[in-house]
Design a protein around this ligand. Structure first.
Ligand SMILES: Nc1ncnc2c1ncn2[C@@H]1O[C@H](COP(=O)(O)OP(=O)(O)OP(=O)(O)O)[C@@H](O)[C@H]1O
Length: 258
């Protein structure tokens, strides 16, 4: 079943067509790769799908309880509340907050007490705070950061900051998780661990995952389907074997390395 459907999606920046007439379908519990050379339009496509940019034209539809609803042009916080969560190419954390607080802040949309309960410190407030604390700690265990929960985010090594971003995205209870270059800056050992982690969270949280990545070992290991962008246009789509052997993709992006 489609969870997200993209038809004729286009984004122009002045005279530049960064995303051009893209069609794409994401199914339930799929792990999808989005690859292509620098400047191909991958991040722009993520920005369109997650409400950061308004499309110049085309349609983005999300499956909401079995009905496809148009979400193109909705604000990022609305799209997040509908179940789309993402991480960014440039890590965005509250650097001077603790690791645990970073996750708790991301859970705010799920907090179920009102302002009065918070000001008056009603029992509901404490019960809810306890639940948030417990769930945030569980998420930190999932991304193997529980031992670092009291450290400031800025003091974590780069690879751990990327995992914390994933925990923050999971804290919004997504249906679809968008990961923008999750392995950037990681060494091969960290990349291998991340590959396993992404696969595990997809299974455990029943997620559809779409990731932008230049590390082909990660992409070819875990992605079931891959879309390839070049100069804003989709030039190929298929399983890893088909993509590795596609002459157009080899010419535009992969070269002889795969
Ligand atoms: N806000 C913007 N205003 C103008 N041009 C933009 C804007 N954002 C992106 N572009 C241009 O759109 C094109 C696609 O950029 P984008 O960042 O989406 O590519 P990418 O495939 O994610 O690249 P990379 O792999 O280097 O991250 C580039 O030519 C870029 O310069």
């Amino acid at each position: 079943m489609n969870v997200l459907k993209v038809s004729g999606l286009t984004k122009n920046f002045g005279g530049l067509c960064a995303v051009s007439n893209v069609n794409m379908e994401l199914n339930e519990r799929e792990l999808i790769g989005l690859i292509g050379p620098n400047g191909a339009g991958k991040t722009t496509l993520f920005n369109l799908l997650t409400g950061v940019y308004e499309p110049s034209s085309g349609k983005i539809e999300l499956n909401v309880d079995g009905n496809m609803k148009s979400i193109g042009g909705l604000k990022p916080y609305v799209v997040t509340a509908m179940g789309l969560a993402r991480t960014f190419q440039n890590i965005r954390l509250f650097k001077s907050q603790s690791v645990l607080d970073n996750v708790k802040i991301a859970m705010h949309k799920n907090i179920k007490y009102g302002t009065a309960a918070a000001i008056l410190r009603l029992p509901k407030f404490y019960a809810e705070e306890e639940r948030v604390q417990r769930e945030a700690e569980e998420l930190l265990k999932v991304v193997h950061l529980y031992d670092k929960k009291d450290e400031l985010a800025k003091n974590l090594p780069y690879g751990e900051q990327r995992r914390l971003e994933i925990a923050r995205a999971l804290a919004t209870s997504p249906k679809i998780l968008f990961l923008d270059e999750p392995a950037a800056g990681m060494n091969p050992q960290e990349t291998a661990e991340l590959t396993e982690l992404i696969h595990k969270i997809k299974e455990d949280f029943n997620l559809t995952v779409i990731l932008i990545e230049h590390d082909m070992s990660l992409v070819m290991t875990i992605c079931e389907r891959i879309y390839v962008l070049d100069y804003g246009k989709l030039i190929a789509h298929g399983n890893p074997e088909e993509i590795k052997n596609n002459p157009r993709v080899i010419e535009a992006y992969l070269g002889e390395e795969i």
